[in-house]
Design a binder for this molecule. Structure first.
Ligand code: MTE
Ligand code: MOS
Length: 764
């Protein structure tokens, strides 16, 4: 169902955020704000070393702590000891070996949090240290410590199209460089936490902070060895996820459930910041070797990419993250000859997983940096060069997918060129002072949803009830984690039902209310849960609209005149009736005022041999221009302004879109310049917010955001989805601006002052 643009009253409006006030005044209740009678606390005992054989666990001293209740180990897992996420290689609690420093080995349960913490400190692990591997390259050497199977490779993908070797042989210009990127930590303000409450039928309710309640449902059911209908997962207000609450909360949920199962009492687990750093997922460090071939007129003819990611000790989401990285590393360009090879490699460090952008920010840094080098070699302006080669409707991607009509790439690039005053600044910025100014650009595309790599999960459900008082409740399977999903879905429901926005509420996710709707990741909620919500609303809408017309006619409105439904009012002729009164009448007539909705994404395909197929249902497009100042005495970079433009089909709530760009782009600034997680001998050196630097409001640049709406016919009110896009483009735009300012190009992230200063010394 799509209404005409000028008929929309709620979609496209800057309505107030549903969760704005409660969060702003501190009234929102997070998992740690909930408590249950008889509640216990659990603290995790972790491996101190990167790779160990566990000989025994001794807790004699721990038992003496007042309030100690029990120790939970792998022996207390009644169901599956291994977590079946993608590859079943990770135990919920370590058994014979632990493969990274920070891996969960046991849980101490006690009457108070303090007692649990003190007792956990007194648990000693007797272990034999094993040789370990800290880097991708070490893990790939012959004779490397075995972490996963024989070669330490969790997954590999290939894309081949045309004849890349020939294109490189015949090219007029070739550029090739190897880029590396470091970890990025989510630093959501709320650390991981769960409470499990045992039920009298042997089941359990687990509530907490998470993005993917259905992953937790699967994991808790399998670990306890009970059926899905005995497990109920409740998502509580989630203080940021950014991908870091995609897969890993399942581990915390299982741990809480195991403790509750053993003690038959509610058990709460709340992580402190250090253990959250040490044990929860991160963005994958990477090595990206990339080459482009072009002819002298400036047409890209070939691309060759080798992309390696550091998965850490267990596979978790690494294979899926790698797949997205496999589809996107050539950039949003029309290139005939393509060779892409990717691998995700096991190391003895914390498992990496989902983080906003999901395998793309790494390759975007590489390809958009190298595109600038190529443009420079050809003597073409970076924006002109991109314009000459970028994807347009009807062009094909590296997987051979035809770009649909919903492609606003040219518009986003034109917008940032104009709004940043690119043509003037590129020529006239000051490069002669000690503080050098620079401007740089990047463009990106982003496949919305899980695509062919996660096709079986790309569906979503919704339940809508139009209550007899006129209020509406919407239950969906995808979560609010700060991105504004509940507001957007409420707008979609209000628009579809012609209900006043203020009367629509979207509840927190309860796995007993809606069927498995897949994960809240891959910027898929607006599209999938939005369409499911429309699907649920439609039959109710029909009933409401029919009754409204009948009521209006009974009031004396002309029978054959069209009824207008707008802003919660129905009118015909000179008669009007409010949504609320129509719903009341529907209830009086005993009509069905609740419905389930379902949405299944369009078909996607991917040939495992050559990587060809329709990888994603649709793509979003973005362009970023960064303006920076580089102090040549210190190497310190200040990002002055980011001019961003995003094509997202339709902005359901434009203010929220702008907010997403501000937050995401600032994370991109952190990725580019500050965030620098360090390891030494397999141990994380700076697992805290004092030593791991993220940008704050002090580092916030000026933002100028343009929204481009290139409608997607399948989308709810033509929206595509875009939550991750803002983070992808800034790092390469900043790298290109640094090159513009000082003539130096860093090939590794983060671009910290010491590296830049060094590079400038070497150049002079
Ligand atoms: N914005 C806020 N404020 N908090 C978050 O945790 N997560 C990001 C992005 N924006 C996030 C956020 C990530 S990783 C994803 S996948 C999308 O939101 C998910 O939201 P969507 O599916 O509603 O687009
Ligand atoms: Mo977002 S990384 O897909 O949760």
């Amino acid at each position: 169902m799509q209404k005409k643009e000028d008929k929309l009253f709620c979609v496209g409006q800057n309505v107030l955020r549903k969760d704005g006030l409660t969060k702003a005044v501190g009234a929102a209740k997070y998992v740690d704000d909930y408590n249950y009678g008889g509640q216990l606390y659990a603290v995790t005992v972790r491996s101190p070393r990167p790779y160990i054989k566990i000989n025994s666990i001794n807790y004699e001293e721990a038992k003496k702590v007042e309030g100690f209740v029990t120790l939970v180990t792998h022996k207390d897992v009644p169901g599956s000891k291994l977590w079946h996420l993608v590859i079943a290689d990770q135990p919920f609690l370590a058994e014979d070996t632990a493969k990274f420093a920070g891996e969960a080995i046991a849980l101490v349960v006690a009457e108070t949090f303090e007692a649990a913490k003190n007792a956990a400190r007194l648990v000693t692990i007797d272990y034999t240290e094993l040789p370990f591997s800290e880097t991708i390259l070490d893990s790939m050497k012959p004779g490397a410590p075995k972490i996963y199977k024989d070669n330490n490779i969790f997954a590999s993908y290939t894309i081949e199209r045309g004849d890349a070797d020939k294109a490189f042989n015949e090219a007029d210009v070739v550029v090739e460089k190897t880029f590396t990127t470091n970890y990025q930590v989510h630093v959501y303000l709320e650390t991981q936490g769960m409470i499990a409450v045992p039920q009298d039928d042997g089941g359990v309710i687990v509530e907490g902070s998470m993005q993917c309640p259905f992953y937790a449902l699967d994991a808790v059911a399998e670990a306890l060895g009970i059926t899905h209908n005995k497990v109920r997962i409740l998502q509580r207000t989630t203080g940021g996820g950014f991908g870091g609450k995609e897969e890993v909360p399942s581990i915390v949920a299982v741990h809480a459930a195991l403790c509750a199962n053993k003690t038959k009492r509610p058990v709460k687990i709340i992580y402190d910041r250090v253990e959250d750093f040490q044990s929860m997922s991160k963005r994958h460090p990477s090595i990206v070797k990339i080459a482009y071939a072009a002819n002298k007129e400036g047409k890209l003819t070939g691309v060759n990419v080798e992309y390696l990611t550091d998965a850490g000790a267990y596979s978790t989401m690494s294979t899926v993250v790698l797949w997205r990285g496999t589809v996107h590393p050539a950039g949003p360009y029309n290139i005939e000859n393509v060779k892409i090879k990717t691998h995700t490699v096991a190391t003895n460090k914390v498992p990496c997983g989902a983080y906003r952008g999901f395998g793309q920010p790494q390759v975007a840094f590489a390809n958009e940096s190298l595109i600038d080098e190529l443009a420079e070699k050809l003597g073409i302006d970076p924006i002109d060069f991109r314009k000459m080669n970028m994807l347009k409707p009807g062009d094909t991607t590296v997987t051979g997918q035809k770009i649909s009509a919903s492609c606003g790439l040219e518009d986003v690039l034109t917008a940032v060129r104009k709004k940043s005053d690119w043509d003037n600044k590129r020529k006239n910025l000051d490069k002669n002072g000690t503080v050098k100014q620079g401007i740089g650009v990047s463009i990106n595309y982003y496949g919305v949803g899980l695509g062919a790599g996660g096709r079986l999960m790309d569906r979503a459900g919704a339940m809508v009830i139009a209550h007899k008082d006129g209020s509406v409740i919407v239950a969906v399977g995808n979560v609010e984690m700060g991105q504004g999903a509940n507001t957007v879905l409420a707008q979609i429901a209000a628009e579809t039902l012609n209900a006043p926005y203020d009367d629509v509420k979207v509840g927190e996710v309860d796995t007993q209310k809606v069927p498995d709707s897949g994960p809240t990741v891959a910027s898929r909620t607006t599209l999938m849960a939005g369409n499911a919500t429309i699907d649920a609303c439609m039959p109710i809408r029909e009933r409401i609209f029919k009754v409204a017309k009948e009521m209006l006619v009974a009031m004396g409105a002309p029978k054959d005149e069209d009824m207008i439904a707008f802003k919660g009012m129905f009118s015909c002729g000179d008669k009007t009736v409010a949504y609320k009164d129509v719903v009341k009448e529907c209830w009086t007539r005993r009509l069905k005022m609740s419905e389930q909705g379902w949405y299944v994404a369009e078909r996607t395909t991917f040939d495992p041999v050559n990587g060809q197929g329709d990888a994603y249902v649709v793509y979003g497009f973005s362009a970023n221009v960064a303006e920076i100042e580089l102090d040549s005495l210190t190497g310190v970079v200040k990002v002055k302004k980011i001019t961003a433009a995003h094509d997202l089909g339709k902005a359901i709530n434009p203010d929220q879109v702008i907010g997403q760009v501000h937050g995401g782009a600032l994370q991109g600034v952190g990725y580019a310049l500050y965030e620098n997680l360090q390891h030494k001998n397999g141990i994380m050196m700076n697992p805290n917010m004092a030593d791991y630097i993220v940008p704050s409001t002090m580092e916030m640049p000026e933002f100028e955001v343009t929204i481009v709406e290139s409608p997607y016919k399948e989308g709810p009110y033509h929206a595509k989805g875009f939550g991750e896009m803002p983070l992808i483009g800034p790092a390469p735009a900043i790298a290109n601006a640094i090159k513009d300012a000082a003539g130096v190009r860093l090939l590794s992230l983060p671009m910290i002052p010491e590296k830049l200063w060094q590079a400038m010394q070497e150049k002079n």
